[in-house]
Write a protein that binds this ligand. Structure first.
Ligand SMILES: C[S@@+](CC[C@H](N)C(=O)[O-])C[C@H]1O[C@@H](n2cnc3c(N)ncnc32)[C@H](O)[C@@H]1O
Length: 382
């Protein structure tokens, strides 16, 4: 017990110190123990593939994982772990990083008594934090995986929180409990569902991680208007798993991609770090280049290869980086020239004067979403 108090106090003080945990959320973080919501079996990565860690085998190690400022993997492969193989396990549910949870709750601007719809119940920890602050019957949380939903419902009940946990597709919201003052998604949308706008009171807010195939890291805060639309701005840098129906295909490296046979070869002077490692550039490239997933493989001596893969068409590109090099060999295969597309998108962003992430905006209407720069009239076309 003393150990638990120590773990929890250390996490809270770390989050206060980093500025992520705001004064209005502090009491909730102190009260709602994270380990109440973490299943006995979690998955950890220690250099190799994800492996399960069981509470029964090493309670201290498990508790340490519960109170680290890191996400905890609680489900892989939709609950049916694939046999060990080349592609590895896919993370399909987790307890989000405490600092990200704190940042998102602060960005949600809630007051006690407001009603909130959460998408992606996961462990139930975030729902419990919301319920602690907002009160009983104020939080509805939708979870696509029925087993995960059952686990969270049980954990929330045990902890004494009255949250309506609904199994189902959160992209549809939950009309019976609407309208909500706030919607918070803890899974990333590539196409932000209009249902979230529809089920939020005018003047309310929708907060969601937003992702492209190329880039997975923006938090968007939407203001819901009474005119059947919502407009949002990028307010943070977060990375979440996708909404299940929007996951698309996994990018994997096939053996026949390793060689040069059949691939078109060239050189580029654009450093691969500039397109992938620089947040603002990579975000903008994702707006322009659809169905292009990056994978990086590391080699000895600091060398690495950036792979660009379109798992739908089978096109791929590879750019090899050697430390100190000024030009980089490019191989491209398939109908698309994926590196050419990425390089063109980089130059498009450069010619716009390299806008930072917070200059992009999104509007969501019943017919879909569109992206703009600075003002809604400056719409971005792919
Ligand atoms: C990062 S976890 C959520 C973390 C959670 N809020 C917590 O406090 O532990 C993302 C969750 O979203 C769920 N999810 C994915 N797609 C969904 C969808 N369409 N509707 C509802 N939940 C979804 C996943 O099954 C997963 O449990």
């Amino acid at each position: 017990m003393a150990d638990l108090a120590k773990h929890s106090a250390r996490l809270v003080s770390e989050l206060v110190g980093s500025g992520d945990l705001t004064p209005e959320w502090r009491a909730a973080f102190e009260k709602v123990a994270r380990h109440w919501f973490i299943p006995d079996t979690v998955w950890v990565q220690d250099g190799g593939p994800l492996v399960p860690v069981d509470r029964g085998d090493d309670e201290a190690a498990w508790m340490e994982l519960c109170y680290r400022n890191d996400f905890v993997v609680t489900q892989v492969d939709d609950g049916v772990p694939a046999l060990p193989g080349r592609v590895g396990h896919e993370i399909t549910s987790s307890a989000s990083r405490p600092d990200v949870v704190a940042q998102m709750l602060a960005a949600l601007h809630v007051e006690p008594g407001m009603s909130v719809l959460e998408i992606g119940t996961g462990t139930g920890w975030n729902a419990a934090l919301l319920a602690e602050r907002l009160g009983p019957d104020r939080v509805t949380s939708v979870e696509v995986d029925p087993k995960v939903a059952d686990y969270a419902r049980h954990a929330l009940r045990e902890a004494g929180y009255k949250v309506n946990v609904v199994p189902g597709d959160g992209a549809l919201g939950h009309p019976p409990d609407a309208p909500f003052d706030r919607v918070i998604a803890t899974a990333a949308a590539a196409r932000v569902p209009y249902a979230w706008a529809e089920q939020t009171r005018p003047g309310g807010q929708v907060l969601t991680p937003w992702a492209t195939d190329f880039h997975n890291g923006a938090l968007v805060s939407f203001a819901v208007s009474g005119d059947g639309s919502m407009r949002g701005r990028i307010v943070g840098n977060v990375s979440f798993m996708r909404l299940r129906a929007q996951r698309g295909k996994r990018a994997s490296l096939d053996d026949d991609m390793r060689g040069t046979a059949g691939a078109r070869q060239a050189f580029t002077r654009l450093h691969p770090y500039q397109v992938l490692g620089e947040y603002d550039a990579s975000l903008a490239i994702g707006l322009k280049v659809p169905r292009c997933k990056p994978v990086v493989t590391h080699h000895d001596g600091g060398a690495y290869t950036v792979w660009l893969i379109d798992p739908w068409s089978g096109s791929w590109a590879a750019v090899d980086h050697e430390p100190g090099a000024e030009r980089f060999p490019v191989r491209q295969s398939g109908d698309r020239g994926l590196w050419d597309e990425v390089e063109a998108a980089f130059h498009w962003w450069d010619a716009l004067d390299r806008p930072a992430a917070d200059r992009w905006g999104l509007t969501v209407r019943p017919e879909g979403q569109h992206i703009w720069l600075d003002a809604e009239e400056h719409r971005i076309r792919r």
